[in-house]
Design a protein around this ligand. Structure first.
Ligand SMILES: *[C@@H]1O[C@H](CO)[C@@H](O)[C@H](O)[C@H]1NC(C)=O
Ligand SMILES: *[C@@H]1O[C@H](CO)[C@@H](O)[C@H](O)[C@H]1NC(C)=O
Length: 332
């Protein structure tokens, strides 16, 4: 398979050289090829991304800037993630892998923040072959096969960390995961120096879940009702209630999980429900991203059309910023 692509790649180089040579000396051709997106993609595909500092370097400033400019309305999550990831990456000898559990309503930025971490750690961003993403309903749908899933998941984690210690595992829809399944990766999250010759301490595990969203929203609502600034909400206002409610929630994927019991989750990261003004910011950013001139009127119209809760106050967007991409198409 690979050999075919290698042949094809060599062929591609030759052909492109013939074309470019008509106009340029050969020395610049190779430089040119190195910089063209297609050339680079082809090169990566054939020769592969490798598990070294050429492909994996953490950019702390980059993450800080991205969190600051691209993520809206999540001052708590931003701060926790920045600290947690920077601390972990700067630690030459971490005692265990980094384990983050992100909680909040849909569309509040949990997936997005994982993407920002990826983009500032792997040169290939989310396309990196060292990132492994699991979606409960897609990868582990049937309760009857839970034992198979467990051994499969263990093999995957072990195999991939053996390949590259700096691997990242993202588990989406934790709230839809069958209780008990995630506990099968517990040995890898513990404080072992190594396990059967594999060391897991460089890896990053991220769990995404809607569980706890109600609790977080209640806190945000209480602040709002008390006329307090949302930015005054601190991690300690949310985290204790969050970890308990996740532990005691049968639909959290972490129900009575030994991961919590044994304190293997380093941070529970709360994502606040988004308000109208945040939807506007998402909308403007989305328009820019689409290459459109950001237009306040269009974004306003789109934001007004969304559903907000609670019914009486209508403060928080029920779907966060999730559906605005498609909606903008409708309004522009
Ligand atoms: C890190 O990120 C900053 C901000 O995005 C960027 O200016 C800088 O070039 C990046 N550094 C590296 C080494 O990529
Ligand atoms: C790595 O994980 C993927 C799932 O994301 C799996 O398909 C693959 O077999 C794993 N690789 C190894 C070497 O175990």
């Amino acid at each position: 398979m690979r050999a075919t692509y290698k042949t094809f790649f060599v062929f591609y180089v030759l052909i492109s050289n013939v074309f470019v040579n008509a106009f340029e000396p050969i020395s610049t051709t190779f430089v040119g090829l190195g910089f063209t997106a297609v050339g680079r993609k082809m090169y990566n595909y054939v020769y592969g991304e490798s598990c070294d500092s050429k492909w994996i370097t953490f950019n702390s400033t980059g993450l800080e800037v991205a969190l600051d400019q691209k993520l809206f309305g999540q001052h708590v999550a931003s701060r926790v993630i920045q600290k947690a990831v920077t601390g972990f990456m700067n630690n030459k000898k971490p005692k265990k892998p980094l384990v983050l559990s992100l909680h909040g309503w849909t569309g509040t930025g949990k997936n997005f923040i994982s993407q920002l971490i990826a983009e500032n750690l792997y040169k290939e961003g989310m396309a990196s072959s060292f990132i492994h993403q699991f979606v409960s309903t897609a990868h582990f749908p049937h309760l009857s096969q839970i034992e198979d899933y467990k051994s499969e998941l263990q093999q995957w984690v072990k195999g991939n960390v053996t390949n590259c210690p700096r691997s990242m595992f993202i588990f989406d829809e934790m709230d839809k995961m069958h209780p008990g399944l995630i506990d099968c990766i517990k040995p890898y999250l513990e404080y072992y120096e190594n396990l059967d010759g594999v060391t897991y301490r460089q890896a990053i595990f991220i769990f995404l879940s809607n569980a706890g969203g109600e609790k977080i929203t209640q806190v945000a609502l209480d602040f709002w009702k008390a006329g307090r600034d949302r930015e005054e909400i601190k991690l300690h206002d949310l985290e204790p209630a969050l970890s308990l409610s996740v532990f005691n929630n049968k639909n959290s994927g972490l129900w009575h999980s030994s991961l919590i019991d044994k304190n293997l989750v380093d941070f529970f990261v709360p994502f606040l429900p988004l308000e109208y003004r945040h939807i506007l910011l998402c909308g403007m950013a989305e328009m820019s991203a689409k290459g459109l001139e950001p237009n306040q009127d269009v974004v306003d119209q789109m934001a007004r059309d969304l559903v907000y809760s609670p019914k009486s106050e209508k403060i928080f967007s029920v779907k966060g910023c999730k559906t605005i991409n498609g909606r903008l198409d409708y309004f522009t």
